[in-house]
Ligand binder design. Structure first.
Ligand code: GRF
Length: 194
């Protein structure tokens, strides 16, 4: 299975996925895609000799369809079978998502369906929750909404700050996403709870 990984920032989830795709893994990374030329993930991938594609969203302004056509063109060269969104911070429309539905995964830093969208750690703390975590799900046109492939749970500690909680969740993201992709690439979509 040929995997494209989309990143916007540091790419720590992308690194965890790439480092796990060795040995008898049914998938391998064929391209790292970003909307941000300064993404640390792109720099790291280049250092690993993995193909990269940067499609800056800014020249397209509000024309999401045009940005997504450029994404499709960049992807086509690499013929991926699976897309993994990993800290990719652009909302993708149904026009891009629908052809990939069932073959596009995302990791979101909350226990979906709780806390779709942004600032999930602060929201969980402010709600007085005692546990939180991350979810890997299949991507559908609805934001942060598709079928759950796996979750990992962490405690929210007294006096937790959003940053401390985010770091605790991120550690679990780096365990959960590779474990889910390994199963998904070999055809196993049974939900994984860590
Ligand atoms: C993190 O907040 C993570 O929870 C979410 O995307 C952000 C950046 O992740 N998935 P990464 O280090 O770029 O993978």
């Amino acid at each position: 299975q040929r995997v494209a990984i989309f990143v916007s920032g540091g790419g720590s989830n992308m690194r965890a996925l790439v480092e796990d795709m060795t040995g008898d893994h049914a998938a391998r990374p064929v391209v790292i895609v970003s909307n941000n030329e300064n993404s640390g993930g792109i720099a790291w991938a280049k250092g690993q000799g993995i193909a990269t594609e940067v499609v800056d969203h800014r020249p397209y302004g509000e024309d999401r369809a045009a940005f997504e056509h450029a994404l499709d063109a960049a992807l086509a060269k690499h013929a991926p079978d699976i897309i993994c969104l990993a800290g990719f911070m652009r909302v993708l429309t149904a026009g891009f998502v629908s052809p990939w539905q069932g073959r596009m995964l995302n990791i979101h830093p909350s226990l979906l369906p709780k806390y779709r969208g942004l600032h999930t750690h602060r929201r969980a703390i402010e709600a007085g929750d005692t546990s939180h975590g991350c979810t890997v799900h299949l991507v559908t046109p609805e934001l942060d909404d598709g079928p759950v492939l796996g979750q990992a749970t962490v405690p929210i500690l007294p006096d937790d700050t959003p940053d401390a909680l985010a770091a605790r969740v991120l550690e679990q993201e780096h365990r959960l996403y590779p474990a889910v992709l390994r199963r998904f690439a070999s055809g196993n979509t049974n939900r994984l709870d860590l």
